[in-house]
Design a binder for this molecule. Structure first.
Ligand SMILES: [Zn+2]
Length: 420
């Protein structure tokens, strides 16, 4: 693993200088922040670095408009890092972390994260979620050498950021269910050690939703640890499969369309919708799937165009959707395989998931949105995002299973049952 130092502790922001020296010797530091995170922890970080005689420069993004991980933000940080041999200390959460991670990788330098909120699992992961040319993608890069989270700062972060982290954490329920499906179909086997790393802390966090909602420091620390564990799992697997399934693909569609809501909120809505589809999976009629009509590739192209009217996105999605498109004998084989393991999928996924109502309730306890309308998306937007989620990546999920069985539209028509 790239991450050699991981510290979640009350007051540890005052130890940044010591930890930086331990990690990188006496290099100079480039503090990357935005105006909000700078006001929260900037003073303490700079003071601690200076006490250890580490020269600090700064690259600060404005608070408004909100910084976005795109080619413009990347260029700004690239310009700043080019000036000397500094090592980045990024003070912030999701987006800043993605930008810092990617640019450090471009320069072949390690970096340190000082987390300001338990808002995402991306702190400790490989790969940066960046939007280039309007297309959301995960670019390769190293995970941070050091991750520092002061629980005093985490607890005082805005409630929507805590709620986002809770949503991103609950996503591991459906991500796990999707992995079970891929495992049973022989597409991607479950790795037990990695599975446990992600799934065990998830249950503790779920059980502590009330305490997290009232900012109990121990429980907030557990949320941060659970999110970090997902990142470590992704580092070990070199793949985001352990932490990300169809619920994340829904959020990726919305991210490509610049829907204004946090990653965790979009993922939370996706998690509830996918949990709902898993409940539907229990009762959907699979008995005729060998005869069910399947799209031709020409029909498929038109469907993709309907979901992604923008030329730019359509052209990027097309080859991915083509590569996973099954027809003829290959589709028949897959349908037989689905029938063969359907009972096992139903049983194991029912054990894996707490049920969409329970999940929604837990999320609401932490003030996390559960309905599309709460992030200004309509039911049609949700249906379209779910269809798009099945097109944009080769990761096998429940959506592929339903699509290949010819049951996706029928399953989506029942979404009315979900109050969206
Ligand atoms: Zn996530």
């Amino acid at each position: 693993m790239d991450t050699k130092i991981s510290l979640v502790e009350k007051g540890c922001i005052n130890r940044i200088g010591e930890l930086f020296t331990e990690a990188f010797n006496h290099s100079s530091a480039l503090l990357v922040s935005d105006e909000n995170t700078l006001s929260v922890g900037g003073f303490a970080v700079v003071k601690s670095l200076e006490q250890h005689k580490i020269p600090v420069r700064q690259c600060c993004f404005p608070a408004e408009p909100m910084v976005y991980a795109d080619e413009f933000s990347l260029a700004k940080l690239r310009e700043s890092l080019r000036k000397d041999r500094s090592i980045i200390v990024v003070l912030g959460s999701g987006t800043l972390n993605d930008i810092a991670k990617r640019i450090s990788f471009e320069f072949g330098r390690p970096y340190m994260v000082v987390a300001t909120a338990p808002s995402v699992d991306g702190y400790t992961s490989y790969g940066a979620a960046v939007s280039l040319n309007g297309f959301k993608q995960t670019l390769p890069c190293s995970a941070p050498y050091a991750v520092i989270a002061d629980t005093d700062i985490l607890c005082s972060s805005p409630m929507p950021m805590i709620a986002s982290g809770f949503g991103d954490c609950m996503a591991k329920f459906t991500a796990g269910a999707d992995w079970i499906v891929a495992d049973l179909l022989g597409i991607q086997p479950i790795r037990k050690d990695v599975w446990d790393m992600v799934q065990n802390p998830l249950h503790h966090v779920y059980a502590r939703c009330q305490a997290i909602g009232s900012r109990d420091p121990v429980s907030i620390g557990m949320l941060f640890d659970a999110l970090s564990a997902s990142g470590f799992a992704m580092q070990i697997m070199h793949d985001s499969r352990p932490a990300s399934g169809s619920e994340h693909l829904i959020s990726h569609v919305w991210e490509m369309e610049h829907l204004q809501a946090s990653h965790g909120f979009k993922v939370a809505i996706g998690t509830v919708a996918i949990s709902y589809l898993y409940e539907k999976l229990q009762t959907l009629d699979f008995s005729n799937i060998l005869e069910n009509k399947a799209e031709t590739w020409e029909e498929r192209e038109s469907s993709i165009r309907r979901v992604f009217p923008s030329d730019k996105i359509y052209e990027q999605v097309l080859p991915i959707a083509k590569a996973k498109f099954l027809e003829g004998k290959a589709l028949e084989e897959r349908r037989k395989a689905i029938l063969h393991v359907l009972m096992a999928i139903r049983r194991k996924c029912a054990e894996q998931l707490p049920g969409y109502r329970n999940l929604s309730q837990a999320m609401q306890t932490v003030s996390c949105p559960t309905k599309a309308l709460e992030i200004n998306a309509t039911r049609q937007d949700l249906v379209r995002a779910i269809k798009g989620a099945q097109m944009i990546r080769d990761r096998y999920t429940i959506l592929d299973l339903l699509y290949e069985a010819g049951l996706l539209d029928e399953a989506l028509s029942t979404l009315e049952g979900l109050a969206v």
